[in-house]
Design a protein around this ligand. Structure first.
Ligand code: C5P
Length: 221
């Protein structure tokens, strides 16, 4: 599976993160969570009192944060200016502000360049990588060997996210997911990549979805 790039796009709570990590682990590939990078950028802006609804204020500071992503699928990590922010970036305040930050073109250009450098490094090291996000198969790496578009029905997505977030109210989680989906969709960032396989994970267990993707990856090799 060396030098295989798998692009996994889809909505939050669709199961794409657990699937991506599980597939990377099974196939001995690296893993990159691009959503965590947008979250880290948002956290930095909030910490530095930048008005995240002012696109030019965000654009002016975009080069300042140092965002580093670990690529071990069993221990994904993200640091900001050398500090571990894995927990902080999952907070409600980041959930509420990440979509507007992610719509700023300078943010996207900056993070896409960073994401491409992580992918290039993996390929140079002779290791493949699973990259998950919203625009991997369309913008970040359209030449990926395998492209997936992962969805699940809204109630299943909210229930999964609520569980991940430690038993938060599923209705509140659903409302927050739907708001983010709406902003993400209007920006045009989340689209089905050309040549992508659509996976609706609603009826399947995580292991079943991982099995399906591993089978697709074997064929894409
Ligand atoms: O995947 P996750 O839910 O952590 O992503 C958080 C947010 O980051 C998304 O709602 C979206 O606004 C943004 N995002 C993006 N492009 C990506 C990954 C995430 O715009 N490739």
């Amino acid at each position: 599976m060396s030098s295989l790039v798998i692009a996994v796009d889809g909505t939050s709570g669709s199961g794409k993160s657990s699937t991506s990590r599980g597939v990377a682990d099974r196939l001995g590939l690296r893993y990159l969570d691009t959503g965590a990078m947008y979250r880290a950028m948002t956290w930095w802006m909030l910490e530095h009192a930048v008005d995240v609804h002012d696109a030019s204020a965000v654009a002016a500071r975009v080069d300042q944060p140092l965002i580093e992503s670990g690529t071990d699928p069993l221990a994904p990590s993200i640091s900001l200016d050398g500090e571990d922010v894995a927990e902080a970036i999952r907070s409600d305040v980041v959930n509420a502000h990440v979509s507007p930050v992610a719509t700023v073109p300078e943010v996207r250009a900056n993070l896409i360049a960073l994401q491409r450098s992580v992918i290039r490094q993996a390929l140079e090291d002779g290791v493949g990588i699973v990259v998950e996000g919203r625009d991997i198969g369309t913008a970040v790496w359209p030449d990926a060997d395998l492209k997936l578009y992962v969805t699940a029905d809204p109630a299943a997505r909210a229930a999964r996210r609520a569980l991940e977030e430690g038993g938060t109210d599923a209705d509140a989680v659903r409302a927050s997911l739907e708001t983010r989906d709406r902003i993400d969709a209007t920006r045009g960032g989340l689209a089905v990549p050309v040549g992508a396989t659509h996976l609706d994970t609603t009826p399947y267990s995580l292991d079943e979805v991982i099995d399906q993707v591993v089978a697709l990856a074997e064929r894409a090799r």
